[in-house]
Design a protein around this ligand. Structure first.
Ligand SMILES: NC(=O)c1ccc[n+]([C@@H]2O[C@H](COP(=O)([O-])OP(=O)(O)OC[C@H]3O[C@@H](n4cnc5c(N)ncnc54)[C@H](OP(=O)(O)O)[C@@H]3O)[C@@H](O)[C@H]2O)c1
Length: 215
């Protein structure tokens, strides 16, 4: 997976950036290429140029997809408003949308749009950058992990997988990398899923950037 940096937004710049990266990696194609952010570097949040540029970038991704240089294309950090605009103008629907998603951040409109348009949801910060494990006490999470005899990280990742969200947890600790991938020997019950689904009503957190104000 490769992401387009916000300074390379716009048709020409994006087309060039993808080709430059392919050359640098000595590859014929990338499996997945995403527009990292709906905005453009050094551009005011409310400037309509943000929309113009990201539509240009998406047009370049569509072209590169047709040229078989990208196997799958998509976006990241789009709000429902950004995604709706894209869906009403694109010729190839995004294959993937990557955004912050965990029991403390619920984004129902974006989730519905992805589901209705068969866009694979890819969650990032599933562990809240580690803070949902270490700093923030979520009683339902601790109880479920204890009952199942697994780690809190495994419960958070399993919650995502059972909702069909792809996950990309990060760790530099080998034992954690191993246990974070060990998600298929247990299952959350409907009741346990529902407990976690409701966490955001009492404990709400966004750990990463918020794209809401970008035109
Ligand atoms: N598209 C975007 O705009 C965007 C934004 C943010 C992140 N991402 C991507 O999403 C991926 C992961 O997200 P993230 O870094 O935000 O956070 P994350 O996966 O939610 O959390 C990573 C942190 O959790 C700790 N951790 C991992 N496994 C653990 C475990 N089993 N028990 C306790 N702590 C554990 C790690 O510490 P140790 O390393 O010390 O184990 C690390 O500090 C990355 O690949 C990142 O590039 C994308």
């Amino acid at each position: 997976m490769v992401l387009l940096a916000p300074q390379h937004q716009g048709y020409e710049a994006c087309y060039q950036a993808v080709n430059d990266s392919l050359k640098r990696f000595n590859l014929d194609y990338f499996d997945l290429y995403l527009i990292h952010w709906p905005g453009t570097s050094k551009t005011k949040l409310q400037d309509p140029v943000n929309q113009e540029n990201r539509m240009g970038s998406y047009g370049a991704l569509e072209q590169l997809y047709k040229e078989s240089k990208l196997r799958q294309i998509g976006v990241s950090n789009y709000t429902a408003k950004h995604l709706q605009h894209l869906l009403s103008h694109c010729s190839i629907r995004p294959h993937v949308h990557q955004f912050e998603l965990h029991p403390c951040l619920y984004q129902p409109e974006v989730l519905s749009l992805c589901r209705e348009n068969s866009i694979q949801i890819q969650a990032y910060s599933s562990l809240g950058e580690g803070r949902l494990i270490q700093d923030i006490e979520i009683p339902a999470l601790t109880e479920i992990a204890n009952n199942l005899g697994v780690t809190k990280a495994q419960v958070l990742l399993r919650w995502a997988i059972q909702h069909d969200y792809a996950v990309i947890p990060k760790s530099k600790t080998p034992e954690r990398v191993k246990s974070n991938a060990d998600l298929f020997s247990f299952e959350l019950s409907d009741q346990q899923l529902a407990f976690l689904d409701n966490v955001h009503q009492t404990i709400s957190h966004r750990f990463c950037w918020d794209p809401t104000d970008i035109y």
